[in-house]
Write a protein that binds this ligand. Structure first.
Ligand code: CTP
Length: 502
């Protein structure tokens, strides 16, 4: 397998060929201890699919906009003589009564034509094509998204390699998918519009709340599915089926995750971090050995577990205060799970995971600073720094860094200080501006900016609260006193020339 050998000839002692062992034979052997004779292994992989008409359910559960889109798509497909099916997450979420926000559609036929015609009928913002995977995403002006994939056969050149694709029918399209709950299709074609095609009992698994692979090589072929199983189980409140769990554990034990580029594993881990119930998902990721297969020292311990819970708490606060967009929260979770690693180990891991310069700046360069602040905070005693001091401490840090400090010092001073800085302090500005300072007699130049910064800090500490306060503060601190005997003023704040007499 290491050398990409597809078959192994078997000869007898005289050198006569007895037969061959294929890679699939080996993989089957490796997975047989999990699947052997088990009821789950006897999947219905051929024969007639479970069919039923879901038109009523579609009309009931798809938003009107989505319904008009799929109807239009159906008409366009008919004109172009191609077939289209609603598939994947859209069907799953619709059956489960979850909100559908984009449409996954499988296309059998010439997708290029479809991509030409759709923008003629709907206002399209942009189209993203991935010719290598024969997929495309259409972003509509009104925010809806249409993910198109070609019905295709997919085989793997070696376990963990990127899929190589070619055209085929909807059944073959479904057959290549990760879990039965994602392997459902609803026809959008004129003669059976609304008909559900279910070859793998996915409908039943949705009802029973099970995440289940379609066949026993699924995880070995694409180890990222191990992380996906965790995500779907956590998000939908499902269980990973016993057999699927066994296959994941087997793939981990067999080192198959290492066949996948580490950055792809990190991407999957980031998706896990981005789930709503991150703590729950991370417990499962850890339990299945997936974290340890990224780095042996990444197993969760009581400290990292409680830290992840705290990051969950800080994230909820953040989303409530600033909305869901804004900061890459995965960096905060990553800082939490890598807490036990030495700086050297972390640097090696980050290099292996191919983190980019911007990410490394936080994960590697900022980390010692954050630990230093936490250590100093522990020695601080009961005295609480002034807002201006908090501002000076936190303003050079990244947002993920500050959020990590908040999680790590839960309920303590730094936690409150971080929240105050992000929500209030960083937005505070003086009420007067550079023009006001010039009118007061300051001269243009860098001293103006310094004066404004000093005014901002004074305002943070409540030393000035009104425009008049600020003007008086500026006169007192940034202009030489108006008397015959000149007094010393701080050199950085001193105006370059004598103030205007008025
Ligand atoms: N898929 C797969 N194996 C993968 C990734 C994706 O088989 N490693 C298939 C699944 O059938 C999935 C479809 O491709 O339904 C689309 O992938 P994705 O958009 O990631 O899945 P969704 O089910 O739409 O998930 P989400 O709700 O998170 O968007």
């Amino acid at each position: 397998m290491d050398q990409g050998q597809r078959i192994l000839p078997v000869i007898d002692l005289k050198g006569l060929a007895l037969g061959v062992i294929t890679r699939t034979d080996l993989l089957r052997l490796m997975t047989s201890e999990v699947t052997g004779g088990h009821e789950e292994a006897r999947r219905r992989v051929s024969g007639l699919p479970y069919e039923r008409n879901l038109l009523g359910i579609m009309e009931d559960r798809l938003p009107a906009r989505a319904m008009s889109l799929v109807r239009a798509l159906s008409n366009i497909a008919k004109d172009l003589d191609i077939t289209v099916y609603l598939v994947g997450g859209t069907v799953r979420d619709m059956i489960m009564l979850k909100g559908v926000s984009d449409l996954d559609v499988s296309v059998a036929g010439d997708m290029t034509k479809l991509l030409e015609v759709i923008p003629q009928k709907f206002p399209v913002k942009k189209i993203k094509r991935h010719p290598r995977f024969k997929t495309a995403t259409i972003f509509f002006e009104d925010g809806w998204k249409l993910d198109l994939s070609s019905a295709r056969v997919e085989y793997y050149e070696r376990p963990g390699a990127l899929p190589v694709v070619s055209q085929a029918s909807i059944q073959l399209d479904l057959q290549r998918r990760d879990f039965t709950i994602n392997a459902l299709a609803i026809s959008l074609n004129e003669d059976d519009f609304g008909r559900l095609f279910d070859f793998y009992r996915g409908f039943q698994d949705i009802k029973e709340g099970l995440v289940r692979v379609l066949h026993s090589l699924s995880i070995i072929e694409d180890p990222t599915r191990a992380f996906r199983a965790v995500r779907f189980a956590t998000r939908l409140g499902f269980k990973i089926s016993k057999m699927t769990q066994g296959l994941i554990e087997n793939a981990v034990r067999g080192g198959f995750l290492h066949n996948t580029h580490p950055r792809r594993l990190l991407t999957e881990l980031i998706y896990v971090f981005e789930e709503n119930e991150t703590y729950k998902a991370m417990e499962l990721v850890d339990h299945l050995g997936l974290l340890a297969s990224i780095h042996p020292d990444l197993k969760l311990n009581p400290i990292t577990k409680s830290l992840i819970r705290q990051v969950d708490r800080v994230r909820d606060w953040f989303h409530l205060t600033f909305g869901r967009e804004g900061t890459p929260f995965w960096l905060v979770y990553f800082l939490a799970v890598t807490e036990p690693l030495s700086q050297d180990d972390l640097e090696r891991l980050a290099k292996n995971l191919d983190v980019n310069r911007k990410e490394a700046k936080i994960l590697i360069n900022e980390r010692p600073k954050l630990n230093g602040i936490l250590a100093r905070n522990r020695r601080r005693g009961s005295s609480e720094p002034k807002p201006s001091e908090i501002d000076k401490l936190l303003s050079p840090l990244s947002w993920p860094g500050i959020l990590y400090l908040m999680a790590k010092s839960s309920g303590e001073f730094l936690d409150r200080a971080g929240a105050a800085y992000l929500a209030v302090y960083r937005r505070v500005t003086p009420m007067i501006d550079g023009d006001d300072l010039l009118n007061l007699g300051l001269k243009p130049g860098p001293s103006l900016q310094k004066a404004l910064s000093a005014l901002r800090l004074a305002r943070l500490d409540g030393e000035v609260t009104t425009v008049e306060d600020e003007k008086a503060y500026a006169r007192k601190n940034f202009l030489p006193p108006q008397s015959d005997s000149p007094q010393e003023v701080p050199s950085i704040l001193a105006p370059t020339q004598a103030p205007d007499p008025q």
